[in-house]
Design a protein. Structure first.
Length: 521
């Protein structure tokens, strides 16, 4: 599961202004199962059943199944298992997850037009990752060395010269990898690694604000459209400790060790995105409650601002001012289209069954080069000039793939005032088997990159359960969600036969308890 990179680059004719890197784009592109407690309790498999505010962000036609106006709000607690709180990141957090309303307006005996607004937390970035492992001569400092030796970096203007390379070059190699004539210094010593210790703590969320119009025709065909605004608030911090040997001799306990080598990084990402969602629910047989749904979600068009602070501590000296790129970076990217089909059926007034299938090809994520901004004096509006980042998009295609999502859920009412719910989700892996961080990609996404680690996450499984109570016009719903996924962590990409870090198995297990209060009028 190691991946070697080689010096294969195409020169850029014009220095772009801003772009972003594959793994950071993937971090922002994914979404969680979240919303009302009823929706979560049924595993989100309500795109054909409808009549729940959370369907506004998947199949907008689900809002068209409301017959009365409704308002609700949700909050809960989410905790990550098998970890300890670290630095600014806590393993347990209280979360405000949803708030919205639908106004239902009857047009005729069987036809309605509904208007709705809903906020929900579509992505919770809270995550703690801790990894310790041996290196057996490999080291992150060798990664910088090999990039120079293999011609991946030839000058400080190269887009493969990351912020991490700047710090290792200045601190560990004292800028002696390139001779005055521009050739590589073959006498420079490649620092051998002994072991490493890594911690990362992420915080923040993506808040989605959806505005919907929907309705139905003769209680048989339901149509809807939703316009969504996505607000990104990401805070990430990491510490990487690496013990490296300063002598080219064989390992022995007498060799001196640079035990104070520490790479610190923090990054804040803020910004907005927008998308449009279209959906339909059809009841093909007039005498049957069975129905199916179809929906399409457009790409999310993100415009983001990223600010980082990265420094290297070596033998008590802090190398941060040597890095000239501690500044804000503005960039854009577009998530892939999402397509869904769903089934829903009710049996009497006691049982509801739902199933949903979604597909989104994350290999089609479109990273953009932001070459500048222009101002329209007449309309008092700023415009950004962007184009596709071909080099990074090629790497995205090599790294990410289509994700298949299957959701099933059921609701059973043993009595009119009480509902019991169960659900299950399966999400296929986003990352290809041999995916690696493209530190050799000729893109400003790498030039401004401030970290070298990455995780190739595998399939995600979610198990949900819930209970709901109805008291006249008031509703109280509670849900529990358990999510688990495994992945393979690497501290940096392998750059040569003797600089291959070990894959380390990691996992992300989290639990959520969610409560929704609702009122129908």
């Amino acid at each position: 599961m190691k991946k070697l990179f080689f010096a294969a680059m195409a020169l850029a004719s014009v220095l772009p202004v801003a772009a972003q890197e594959t793994y950071e784009v993937a971090e922002v592109s994914t979404q969680d199962l979240n919303g009302t407690a009823r929706y979560v309790g049924m595993g989100g498999a309500m795109e054909a059943l409808g009549a729940d505010l959370s369907t506004i962000s998947t199949n907008p036609a689900g809002i068209g199944l409301f017959r009365r106006s409704h308002i609700s709000a949700s909050m809960g607690i989410i905790t990550q298992g098998d970890v300890s709180s670290w630095g600014p990141a806590n393993k347990t957090n209280v979360s405000f997850d949803q708030a919205g309303f639908v106004f239902s307006n009857r047009l005729s005996r069987n036809s309605f037009i509904n208007f709705a607004f809903n906020y929900h937390k579509s992505r919770n970035f809270n995550q703690i990752l801790a990894v310790t492992d041996r290196l057996d001569w490999a080291s992150q400092s060798k990664l910088t060395y090999d990039k120079f030796a293999q011609g991946v970096i030839k000058s400080s203007d190269d887009l493969t010269y990351s912020q991490v390379d700047v710090l290792f070059h200045e601190a560990l190699y004292d800028t002696n990898l390139i001779l005055k004539d521009g050739s590589f210094n073959n006498d420079a010593y490649r620092f051998d690694g002994d072991n490493y210790d890594f911690h990362r703590g992420n915080k923040g969320y993506i808040g989605e604000y959806d505005l919907n119009i929907s309705g139905n025709i003769n209680d048989r065909v339901y149509l809807g459209v939703t316009v969504g605004i996505h607000a990104v608030h990401y805070r990430g911090n990491s510490d990487y400790f690496e013990n490296v040997r300063t002598s080219p001799q064989e390992f022995s306990h007498r060799d001196p060790i640079l035990s104070t080598l520490e790479l610190e990084d923090s990054r804040d990402i803020d910004g907005t995105g927008y998308d449009v969602k279209f959906g339909a629910v059809i009841r093909p047989i007039e005498s049957s409650p069975f129905r199916f749904g179809l929906y399409i979600n457009s790409p999310i068009f993100y415009d983001l601002r990223s600010v980082n602070r990265t420094g290297l501590r070596l033998n008590g000296q802090y190398f941060a001012d040597k890095n000239p790129r501690h500044d804000e970076l503005k960039y854009e990217f577009r998530t892939p289209w999402k397509f869904g089909v769903s089934l829903g059926h009710t049996i009497g007034t006691n049982l509801a069954l739902g199933a949903t299938y979604e597909y989104s090809d994350y290999g089609a994520t479109d990273a953009r080069i932001k070459r500048g901004e222009s101002y329209d004096w007449y309309y008092d509006t700023y415009y950004s000039n962007t184009e596709r980042d071909k080099a990074m998009n090629d790497h995205i295609k090599q790294t990410l793939k289509g994700v298949h999502t299957v959701k099933v859920g059921a609701e059973f009412k043993p009595m009119p005032i009480m509902a019991l719910r169960l659900g299950y989700n399966f999400l296929s892996p986003m990352y290809k088997q041999d995916a690696y961080r493209g530190v050799d990609v000729w893109s400003l996404g790498n030039y401004y990159s401030s970290e070298s680690d990455y995780v190739n996450w595998k399939a995600t499984h979610r198990i949900t359960a819930g209970v709901g109570f109805t008291f006249d016009k008031f509703k109280v719903d509670m849900a529990y969600q358990y999510q688990t996924k495994k992945g393979q962590f690497l501290p940096f990409a392998g750059s040569s036969d003797d600089n291959l870090p070990f894959d380390v198995d990691v996992k992300d297990n989290r639990q959520q308890v969610l409560v929704t209060l609702g009122y129908t009028f």
